[in-house]
Design a protein around this ligand. Structure first.
Ligand SMILES: [Zn+2]
Length: 127
């Protein structure tokens, strides 16, 4: 197997959950979806969570702490947070960046209208 093929395989394996996250974004549209990426048995999986934001859910998200606790209890490690921007703008907002830095986990952004994914790491953010 060539190195290039191997790299492609690894990238696809890494985001095996991407379609699940996009499906969830479609179900929640026009509100923002949110979920957790966690490792269980050496596999990354998407765990959909309830958005309990008190604000306008089309433009904000807060993961239900009960969902967070359930996921935390059933997986080996939480490694990232996913949310959607139903307006199809795959750009992290200032409050997204603030949350990413505060929670100190990789943030992923999806849209119900595209198959792209945006990624930001806490150490990329200067705050
Ligand atoms: Zn956002």
């Amino acid at each position: 197997m060539s190195l290039l093929v191997l790299v492609h395989l690894l990238i696809n394996m890494k985001y095996l959950w991407k379609q699940d996250a996009i499906e969830h974004a479609k179900q929640c549209d026009p509100e923002e979806s949110c979920g957790i990426i966690a490792i269980k048995n050496n596999q990354e999986k998407y765990y959909p969570c309830k958005n309990i934001s008190n604000e306008f859910k089309a433009e904000s998200f807060v993961i239900d702490p009960l969902d967070w606790a359930d996921v935390e209890d059933s997986v080996d490690q939480i490694v990232g947070i996913v949310h959607s921007h139903p307006q199809d703008v795959l750009e992290f907002s200032e409050s997204d960046k603030y949350s990413c830095k505060a929670i100190n986990l990789t943030f992923y952004l999806v849209s119900p209208k595209s198959d792209k994914i945006a990624i930001i790491q806490p150490d990329e953010i200067n705050a």
